[in-house]
Write a protein that binds this ligand. Structure first.
Ligand code: FES
Length: 109
């Protein structure tokens, strides 16, 4: 199991355990964390935008070109933004901290 912390825009921290191989979006959906994920991982919406804690960001695999392109269209983009549907948990990410952005923008609308 991999531990992950979600931090809401108001600062509320929720810690969860998830199976390796799940995406951050999967974990959020399974536990009532408020991440929309409108395209369910097809990299077409950017509503799964999360801001990775800066200490963790460097440890993540590089975003693909498709993810980067979608992030470039995301409102409120930060230096450590990623798409939650593209972040797969593994043991090296045990303790990962992700922040939920204040707003997301659905590119499907
Ligand atoms: S769920 Fe749509 S881009 Fe991640």
């Amino acid at each position: 199991m991999v531990k992950i912390y979600f931090v809401s825009p108001s600062g509320k921290v929720t810690s969860l355990y998830a199976d390796a191989g799940k995406s951050v979006l999967d974990v959020a959906h399974a536990n009532g964390i408020d991440i929309e994920g409108a395209c369910e991982g097809a990299m077409a919406c950017s509503t799964c935008h999360v801001v990775v804690d800066s200490q963790w960001y460097e440890r993540l695999p590089e975003p693909s070109e498709e993810e980067q392109d979608m992030l470039d269209l995301t409102n409120g983009l930060t230096r450590t933004s990623r798409l939650g549907c593209q972040l797969r948990l593994d043991q090296s990410l045990d303790g990962l901290v992700v922040h939920l952005p204040l707003e997301t923008h659905n590119m499907l609308d």
